[in-house]
Write a protein that binds this ligand. Structure first.
Ligand SMILES: Nc1nc2c(c(=O)[nH]1)N(C=O)[C@@H](CNc1ccc(C(=O)N[C@@H](CCC(=O)O)C(=O)O)cc1)CN2
Ligand SMILES: Nc1nc2c(ncn2[C@@H]2O[C@H](COP(=O)(O)OP(=O)(O)OP(=O)(O)O)[C@@H](O)[C@H]2O)c(=O)[nH]1
Length: 438
């Protein structure tokens, strides 16, 4: 189902980044785009050809000399008539052109409004629209790759495949209901049941992906934990390659949770430095220790640091849900004991390459999927859970009518992911999270 827009507003927004820059790209879309462009630069340029033009305000004053592009609909990003003005960067230039646009009847766009129009005009499905937002937000190579795959339709292909199988099943099911006395071969019913079970299995396998796609999209949390004074702050400064945390010979220096964002093997990771774990009479330090434990328990990875030159002191992390990596620091003073321990000296740098490798490998294992693309949002997960439970109850249903109803509901749930059904109620939540200009 394609919902055609009857959008009448002509909208504009800065599509380039914020801050001082050589250029500002202003995007315009909507039925008035051609008229606005003609008012600004007298003649419309050739479609899709960058053309240098003097832009003038309604009072004929020169606003800028800019590259101008004209994209007639429907062969444009939004599917509507649209245009781009590649202005000189600078607040005054932008302010003057924006004023002129408002005078000409255009209005500033809402966040995500261009892509929302592209979706409503059937230029892309919801998964592709979400991929555009993810690509704009991508901080690391692996995030960019995942968003591009989704933009190219790989995830949509999986869901469309299920949709067409479900549609076929429904048609067969209708035939069973409508012609119960006809000579339908008995294997039709068995075939329907087998296909329902196969679909439920595939949706289940897709859901059971270790949340790798969502984790990559959101980024991972790695917590550095351990007793006081073992060198946790020195280590986080090394891994972040900057001074995140205060290092001092006094135990109990770090009290609150400090965080920094790093790129580990293409995966965005929030690294947390936490208070040294010990029983403390100091109320502030005790609160720091409580927070340290809470964050370690919830983390994707806990890097437990010990001092190689002292016997282990503090209790471990109880109930950690994530992967635990053990590190013995200060190997410049003493050799570490025990297996499965990465020996490092945060002071001299010895062993840090090896630790970085272990951390990158772990980050990749937690986020990278082989085979079909993983699902990337809680919104998709929710709809797929619903679809799977409908498929399961369809598999158990004795009456063909009830089975048909379950199949229809499963179809609806999957259709909601790509945006082919029940769209109105989810548009605001999907596009409201975009930046302005997309
Ligand atoms: N200057 C500029 N750069 C940009 C964009 C843009 O809008 N403007 N994009 C915005 O996201 C991205 C490119 N994506 C785009 C996707 C589709 C169309 C488009 O006009 N498609 C038409 C015509 C394709 C053709 O034949 O050339 C179509 O699909 O019918 C344009 C940009 C990244 N770079
Ligand atoms: N010899 C040696 N000293 C180190 C090494 N790493 C850190 N130190 C020293 O150990 C002391 C404590 O380091 P920090 O990084 O502040 O330790 P921490 O674990 O964050 O300490 P708390 O904030 O108390 O939990 C400092 O004097 C560091 O210079 C190392 O690899 N070798």
């Amino acid at each position: 189902m394609i919902v055609f827009t009857n959008e009448t507003d002509t909208i504009f927004a800065v599509a380039s980044g914020a801050g001082r820059a050589a250029l500002t790209v202003l995007r315009i879309s909507g039925p008035g785009s051609g008229a606005v462009l003609e008012a600004l630069c007298r003649r419309r340029p050739e479609p899709r050809v960058a053309t240098l033009r003097v832009l003038r305000g309604t009072d004929d004053a020169v606003l800028d000399r800019a590259l101008v592009l004209w994209f007639p609909g429907p062969g444009s990003y939004t599917g509507e008539d649209s245009a781009e003005l590649h202005l000189h960067g600078g607040r005054a230039v932008l302010a003057a052109v924006a004023d002129a646009l408002v005078t000409l009847g255009a209005r500033p766009a809402e966040p995500g409004e261009f892509t929302r129009r592209a979706f409503l005009n059937g230029r892309m499905d919801l998964l592709e629209a979400e991929a555009v937002a993810d690509l704009v937000e991508a901080e690391t190579a692996a995030q960019r790759t995942q968003a591009l795959r989704q933009l190219e339709g790989s995830l949509g292909g999986v869901y469309r495949g299920w949709t067409s199988r479900l549609t076929r099943l429904l048609a067969q099911q209708e035939a069973l209901i409508d012609f119960p006395d006809e000579d339908l071969p008995p294997q039709v019913e068995a075939g329907i049941r087998a296909e329902i079970a196969a679909l439920a299995g595939e949706v289940g396998a897709h859901l059971d992906d270790g949340r790798r796609g969502e984790r990559l999209r959101d980024g991972l949390v790695f917590v550095i934990a351990g007793p006081p004074n073992v060198g946790k702050s020195t280590l986080i400064n090394r891994l972040a390659e900057r001074d995140v945390a205060i290092v001092s010979p006094a135990p109990g220096t770090t009290r609150d949770v400090l965080e920094t964002r790093v790129d580990l093997g293409g995966v965005p990771v929030t690294l947390l430095d936490t208070a040294g774990l010990r029983d403390s009479a100091d109320a502030i330090e005790a609160e720091g220790v409580r927070r340290a434990r809470a964050r370690a328990q919830a983390a994707d990875v806990v890097v437990v640091v010990q001092d190689a030159s002292c016997p282990p002191t503090a209790p471990g992390i109880d109930g950690a849900q994530g992967v635990v990596i053990r590190v013995a620091n200060k190997i410049d003073l003493a050799r570490p004991v025990g297996e499965d321990v990465v020996g490092i000296s945060a002071l001299t740098g010895e062993g840090l390459d090896q630790l970085r490798q272990v951390l990158c490998d772990t980050a990749r294992q937690l986020t990278q999927a082989e085979g079909p693309p993983p699902l990337t949002r809680a919104r998709h997960r929710k709809a797929l859970h619903e679809a799977r439970s409908r498929l399961q109850s369809a598999g158990e249903a004795e009456l063909p009518e009830l089975r048909g109803e379950d199949l229809r509901l499963a179809l609806r749930s999957i259709g909601r992911i790509t945006g082919t059904v029940g769209v109105e109620d989810i548009l605001d939540s999907v596009f409201g999270q975009f930046c302005i200009g997309k």
